[in-house]
Write a protein that binds this ligand. Structure first.
Ligand code: GRF
Length: 206
């Protein structure tokens, strides 16, 4: 069974949605490890409550980004991790981790990329006056929120939305979509062709 590591930096509600789906048998994998760059991340307690190993890597403990990522990579290998799932992880991964896990790292971002990449997403969405927002799940490359897009979920922006009310509705879609996409990914249903991701269900409808 494939072994996944989930990277978090904070609350971990996305992590929880993946744990819940796995426990219900909706994702066939072993959640072998949760990694955080923040020792205070509330998501760490969610992992511990579910008997999932946790490791914290503080950037300030390492002189360079490369040595930081080399330490994480060693742990990933020690835990025989096959795939990496970023769920509210706030650092940009470099080639030290991306290269050995090329097209095996997924991320979720709370906007319809390529629009509104980066931080303060919901504030920017509301300020812009767009009528729709949502979330994007993509393969991770060395850019920020720039990898091949796998799936998106759409949410209507309401006239009276605040960043919090919009975030809450987007988060609901995230929690529903990410486990489904991870399951499809682990079943090998996505193919990358010239940076476009093709969904191949594999069930021939003759
Ligand atoms: C989510 O909205 C995710 O899309 C973004 O940060 C938030 C993390 O929330 N990257 P949580 O830590 O999973 O609750």
């Amino acid at each position: 069974m494939d072994r996944i590591a989930i990277f978090i930096s904070g609350r971990g509600s996305g992590l929880q949605s993946i744990i819940d789906a796995q426990k219900k048998g909706k994702i066939k994998c072993q959640i072998a490890l949760v990694i955080s760059d923040n020792e205070k991340a509330l998501g760490l307690s969610r992992a511990k409550k579910n008997d999932i190993a946790t490791r914290v890597f503080l950037r300030e403990d390492y002189s360079t980004k490369i040595t930081y990522e080399e330490a994480i990579l060693k742990t990933l290998k020690d835990y025989k991790i096959d795939h990496i799932i970023l769920a509210g992880f706030m650092k940009i991964l470099g080639k030290t981790i991306i290269q050995p896990y090329e097209n095996k790292i997924l991320n979720i971002h709370p906007s319809l990329l390529p629009a509104f990449a980066g931080l303060h997403v919901h504030e920017k969405v509301i300020a812009s006056g767009v009528k729709y927002s949502g979330c994007t799940i993509h393969f991770v490359d060395e850019g920020m929120d720039t990898g091949p897009i796998i799936s998106q979920g759409v949410v209507e922006v309401k006239d009276d939305d605040t960043p919090k009310s919009l975030a809450d509705r987007v988060l609901e879609v995230e929690h529903s979509l990410y486990p489904k996409v991870i399951d499809n990914y682990l079943k090998g249903k996505y193919r990358i062709l010239n940076r476009k991701v093709i969904f191949e269900d594999g069930e021939k409808n003759d």
